[in-house]
Write a protein that binds this ligand. Structure first.
Ligand SMILES: Cc1cc2nc3c(=O)[nH]c(=O)nc-3n(C[C@H](O)[C@H](O)[C@H](O)COP(=O)(O)O)c2cc1C
Length: 243
C-alpha cells in the first residue's frame, strides 16, 4: 500500500487552515515567504492554461492603510444600504504583515469557448468563460492560501471584486493597469488571537454516490432561513457586527 505521508500532510494543512482577521504587526513576514507562497500559486491549473493572474506584494504601510480605509468605508456603505451582511472589522488589514493583491485579466476569456459575434448565444458562452476565468484565479489563490497556512500563518481572504469603487480606488494606489481587475487580497500573518476552527459540513452532507442525494437538497426557503439565522454564527464568533 502506498504511503499516505504526503496526503496526510496536505490534508492537515487543509484542515488546519483558519481565517484570522487580526495579526501581530510585530511579526514580520520574511521576503522569501512571499515567494514560497506565490510558488504554490504559480502552479495552479487554469482554463486553457492561460494563467490569467498576477500578484502584487504590498509592504508599504501607507498602501495597506489606504486599502483598510477603503474596505471600512465600503462596509459602512453596505450598512447604509441595509444589506444586513455580517461585516468583519477591516482595520486588521492596515497592520497585517502579509498582503498580496490578486489581479485578474478578464481579457483572457477570449481564450475560452466564445463566439465573439455579439449574439445571445455568445452572451451565454461569455458568462461561462467568465466563470472559467474566476475559477482559474480562485484555484491559484487557494494554493497561495494553503501555502501560507503550511508556513503557519493565519490567512484572510478579502474579496474586492465587482465594485467599481474598489477598482477606481485601489488600482491607482498599486499602479494596476486599467484593463486589469483587482479581485481579492490574500492577507496573512501571525494571528493576534488564537484562530478557531469554523463549522464545516460533514462528509455525508457534501457527498452523494452515483446520483445526487435528494435528502440533502435545500429548497430556497431553507436557504433563506439559514442566511437569516445561521450565517453570522458560522462566519464569526465574537468579532462581527450585524448591519
Ligand atoms: C471567495 C471567498 C471570499 C471571501 N471574502 C471575504 C471577505 O471579503 N471578507 C472577509 O472577511 N472574509 C472573506 N472570506 C472568508 C470567509 O468568511 C471564511 O473563509 C469563512 O467564514 C470560513 O472560515 P474559514 O476560512 O476559517 O474556514 C472569503 C472567503 C472566500 C473563499
Amino acid at each position: 500500500m502506498a504511503s499516505t505521508e504526503l496526503y496526510d500532510a496536505l490534508v492537515e494543512v487543509c484542515r488546519d487552515r483558519r481565517t484570522s482577521r487580526e495579526f501581530d504587526p510585530d511579526v514580520e513576514v520574511p521576503r522569501e515567504h512571499f515567494d514560497m507562497i506565490l510558488e504554490a500559486a504559480r502552479h495552479a491549473p487554469s482554463g486553457a492554461n492561460t494563467q490569467p493572474w498576477h500578484y502584487v506584494v504590498v509592504t508599504e504601510p501607507e498602501a495597506k492603510a489606504a486599502m483598510a480605509d477603503y474596505f471600512i468605508a465600503e462596509a459602512s456603505r453596505r450598512a447604509k444600504l441595509g444589506m444586513k451582511f455580517p461585516t468583519p472589522n477591516y482595520r486588521g488589514l492596515a497592520t497585517a504583515p502579509g498582503v498580496i493583491v490578486v489581479i485578474a485579466d478578464f481579457r483572457w476569456i477570449n481564450a475560452f469557448p466564445v463566439l465573439n459575434d455579439g449574439s445571445e448565444l455568445d452572451a451565454l458562452y461569455k458568462q461561462n468563460a467568465e466563470r472559467i476565468l474566476l475559477q482559474s484565479v480562485a484555484a491559484s489563490t487557494m494554493s497561495a492560501h494553503l501555502a501560507a497556512a503550511a508556513l503557519g500563518y493565519g490567512v484572510w481572504w478579502v474579496t474586492a471584486i465587482g465594485q467599481e469603487n474598489a477598482q477606481s480606488e485601489l488600482k491607482p494606489l498599486l499602479g494596476v493597469p486599467e484593463d486589469l481587475a483587482i479581485i481579492d487580497i490574500v492577507v496573512f500573518g501571525k494571528p493576534l488571537k488564537p484562530p478557531y476552527k469554523r463549522w464545516k459540513k460533514t462528509m455525508d452532507e457534501i457527498r452523494s454516490f452515483e446520483t445526487y442525494n435528494a435528502d440533502l437538497f435545500m429548497d430556497q426557503k431553507a436557504i433563506e432561513t439559514w442566511i437569516k439565522e445561521t450565517r453570522h454564527k458560522v462566519m464569526f464568533r465574537d468579532e462581527s457586527r450585524i448591519d
